[in-house]
Design a protein around this ligand. Sequence first.
Ligand code: CU
Length: 164
Amino acid sequence: MSVLSSVTHRLLTVNTVKIIQRSFLTCLLCLTCLLGLMVPPASATDLSPAPETAKAYIITPSNGETVKPPFTVQFGLSGMGIAPAGVDRPNTGHHHLLIDIDQLPSLTEPLQGSEQVLHYGAGQTETQLTLAPGEHTLQLVLGNYSHIPHDQPVLSEKITVTVE
Ligand SMILES: [Cu+2]
């Protein structure tokens, strides 16, 4: 009687544990699915594709040029169009000028504006710059409607200018 009771008890316990384990796994799966639905990766929604042929380039000044401040920097873009920030149109973006940047910022997040990262969100294709005398580097990176570089990023060559 007591042996039978003990066996029954053990069976019940084992079954209960199994049921709890199964419920826990089901819950975990549901939670994972829900979280996956609620928080899609930023890259899936915010990144914009760019044609492989797209190119950004600095028209003036040319690499190695000596310039007097203020000097004009002209932005070139081929294979894509310019659209102001906030306007989500395929194959478009706006220019950002990177000044004296050695390490590129994240190219999958919105570019943070600073003295070294200038936004041209109105769709400008040139600017006037005044920089301290000496050598400086300039590079363009296109950003999409929400200031995120494209996938693939559209980056110009980095040029060096000497400011008098
Ligand atoms: Cu921007």
